[in-house]
Design a protein around this ligand. Structure first.
Ligand code: PSV
Ligand code: MN
Length: 427
């Protein structure tokens, strides 16, 4: 196991240096004073899970260019998430993908995670790849497969993931299926749906009472003609047919171009079926880029629907939805990229909290579109970075996480500890 590579003392020293330059923009937000405390509290409470598979370099089908020092095992992945959490105060859990992160020592992993103040978020099953020694192939699908034995194998894997998740203290299973077809005529859509539903029901029935099942949809890829859980409508259909513990999971990169994701989010919340989020950003498809790097306004609009919808349903933003980053880092240092994503999420959340909901409601009643836009864009154009930094300061995290990561030479340290050829499991 790595020794802790960032000591609280280093964070304190770093913050001392930046305290003065942080103080003035925060004071400059004087007009926010009344709301400021409550808002900072919400930011301090907000946590986003880090996927174990995003700690190494991502690849495309054309190549992969690792930068070194990647976590070689689950202990090192936990250590990396611990580092992100001490830098930001906002990443208190890790989401595992099985079998990439399989462990026969779950109790020990729970103890190690706790030393960093971490716990285990949703566990993810993988029936989109064949594993060495696996008897039946998922080439033509898993839960939807024509062959009952292949379906049973895929269901069995999910049950195994639930079993491990229980030992890890997780309380949800995320199922993303690559199942679909790449050519017209390859599948009977209805029968593929029915078979998937039957398989999902066996998984649903095996859920512990306090668990949730998240059904993640994706428009295309790896299949290019149809996907058996292809959009939010199909996911919602499965969730409603399965029962109250089944929810739709929205991955921002899984829509057809220009989809109105904020509207999808609003309606799923209204139906009580929004389970969780995979944050990332994209220009074209499932690009898995840094959160907020391409469409920050869309991210803000999504958060606005989330804040408004969660308030309406009296939901707890910290515990009632599963927030996770699902990005891939082909060019950037994975940890720096994740720090940027965490910050982007916090910024958008803070902006959404600033929206004057009452005034917006009045503008909507009056059909005053100009005023509605003024209200939204007033919040979006507020620089919330000082508030986000203040929340970090109060949780003893770093005022400038990327700056501290760089000035402490943490990547160099990880390369020395783990080697320049160290390679994390994942895609
Ligand atoms: C599929 O593209 C996905 O978004 C799912 O969440 C998977 O579990 C993950 O990416 C695998 O990298
Ligand atoms: Mn995802």
């Amino acid at each position: 196991m790595d020794t802790r590579i960032l000591e609280p003392e280093q964070i304190r020293k770093h913050n001392e240096v930046f305290l003065e330059s942080h103080g003035s923009p925060l004071q400059g937000m004087g007009s926010l004073t009344r709301e400021r405390e409550g808002l900072i509290r919400k930011l301090m409470d907000f946590q986003v899970a880090i996927p174990s598979w995003a700690l190494g370099t991502g690849g495309t089908r054309f190549g992969r260019f690792p930068g070194g020092g990647e976590p070689r095992n689950l202990e090192e992945k936990i250590s990396d998430v611990g580092l992100l959490h001490s830098l930001t105060g906002s990443a208190d859990s890790i989401s595992l993908h099985i079998p990439w992160d399989n462990t026969d020592r779950p109790g020990e992993m729970v103890r190690i995670a706790a030393t960093y103040g971490l716990h285990f978020a949703s566990v993810n099953s993988n029936t989109f790849q064949d594993q060495p020694g696996q008897s039946l192939s998922y080439k033509f699908g898993s839960l939807q497969h024509e062959d009952a034995a292949t379906r049973a194998q895929a269901v069995g894997h999910n049950l195994e993931v639930i079993r491990l998740g229980r030992e890890l203290g997780s309380n949800s299973l995320t199922v993303w299926l690559a199942d679909g077809s790449s050519y017209p005529g390859q599948l009977n859509f209805r029968r593929a749906f029915q078979r998937s539903l039957e398989s999902l029901r066996l998984i649903y029935d095996a859920l512990p009472p306090d668990w949730k099942l998240f059904i993640e949809y994706k428009a295309y890829e790896p299949h290019f003609y149809s996907t058996t859980v292809g959009d939010w409508g199909q996911s919602l259909l499965y969730a409603k047919k399965l029962g109250p513990k089944a929810f739709t999971l929205v991955d921002l990169g899984h829509h057809l171009p220009n989809a109105n994701i904020e509207q999808i989010v609003a309606l799923l919340l209204m139906e009580g079926r929004l389970g969780g989020f995979h944050f990332n950003d994209s220009k074209y498809g499932d690009d898995d880029l840094t959160v907020g790097c391409i469409r920050p306004y869309q991210l803000f609009l999504i958060f606005h629907e989330l804040v408004e919808g969660m308030e309406e349903r009296e939901m707890n933003p910290v515990t009632d939805l599963a927030w996770m980053i699902d990005a891939s880092h082909n060019l950037k240092d994975p940890l720096e990229d994740l720090l940027q994503s965490i910050e982007a999420i916090q910024i958008a959340y803070a902006q959404a909290l600033l929206v004057n909901q009452e005034a917006l409601g009045r503008a909507q009643e009056m059909n005053d579109i100009v005023q509605a836009q003024e209200i939204l864009q007033d919040a979006f154009r507020t620089d919330t970075r000082p508030l986000v930094a203040e929340a970090r300061l109060r949780t003893e995290a770093a005022l400038d996480p990327v700056g501290l990561f760089r000035e402490s030479g943490l990547r160099g340290l990880l390369i020395r500890q783990r080697g320049s050829g160290a390679r994390a499991t994942g895609l």
